[in-house]
Design a binder for this molecule. Structure first.
Ligand SMILES: O=C(NCCNC(=O)c1cc(-c2ccc(F)cc2)cc(O)c1O)c1cc(O)ncn1
Ligand SMILES: [Mg+2]
Length: 214
């Protein structure tokens, strides 16, 4: 049967990238998406903004929602200090399999734990299952209609501390209007919009960075 796009992406990484070299894995995926098949990775333009926020925060605990094929997982993991706890959640088991192979090809398998399941089920388990008290940095890139319920879940589960940074992809395209309204109007967050474009296109999109205040 016909291969899937994530499988073809993995093949492109194995063909073009250098094992153990995260930069070459990132470049191979961007090349694949620009010249072969579009895919919903955060991409190079928004990826550079992600890099700068991760570097600025220099987090000790990181959570990513929506691993997909592991592109942003590799972008984040390559910047983390040794000993950082990094967890990424993915709903789709086929994507988990591909992401683990792409992350391992980059040599970053010891820096991140890929967990299969839905964010709504897994977020309340973070403390007991992974020994997390609070997250310093959270990257939201999963189902856009889960952004708002999940940020409320973070608050309810006591997973945010003063200064926790949340960075949300796709707040314009496909869009997360209820999430934007919430973080921009809540007195508990300081929010800033980073304009960019939908990965590998000229369509308007951007990232919203929100800092938890108490
Ligand atoms: O995480 C799950 N899906 C990917 C979420 N991400 C996206 O949907 C996404 C979509 C787009 C996008 C933009 C324009 C367009 F025309 C088509 C797609 C871009 C992005 O940058 C994304 O991040 C998921 C799956 C599932 O079955 N159950 C639970 N979660
Ligand atoms: Mg995205």
């Amino acid at each position: 049967t016909r291969s899937t796009r994530p499988q073809r992406m993995l093949k492109a990484v194995q063909k073009k990238a250098t094992k153990g070299d995260p930069e070459s894995v990132i470049s191979a995926i961007d090349y694949f998406c620009k010249h072969s098949e579009w895919a919903m990775n955060v991409g190079d333009e928004k990826g550079s903004i992600l890099d700068s926020v991760v570097t600025e925060v220099n987090p000790s605990t990181v959570l990513e929602l929506g691993t997909y094929c592991g592109y942003s997982t590799v972008r984040i993991a390559r910047l983390l200090s040794p000993g950082t706890k990094f967890i990424t959640l993915e709903f789709n088991p086929a994507n988990v399999t591909i992401a683990r192979q792409i992350i391992a090809y980059a040599g970053l398998q010891d820096k991140v734990t890929v967990v299969e399941g839905s964010s709504g089920d897994l977020i309340p388990q973070m403390k007991e299952r992974f020994g997390i008290t609070t997250f310093d940095f959270i990257f939201l890139d999963h189902w856009k209609d889960r952004y708002l319920p999940d940020i409320k879940l973070f608050e309810e589960c006591g997973l945010l501390r003063k200064g926790s940074v949340l960075l949300a992809d796709n707040v314009i395209c496909p869009g997360a209007p209820e999430y934007l309204e919430y973080v921009r109007n809540s007195p508990r967050y300081e929010s800033r919009y980073y304009p960019a474009h939908l990965e590998y296109t000229k369509v308007e999109d951007g990232l919203e960075k929100s800092v938890f205040l108490e």
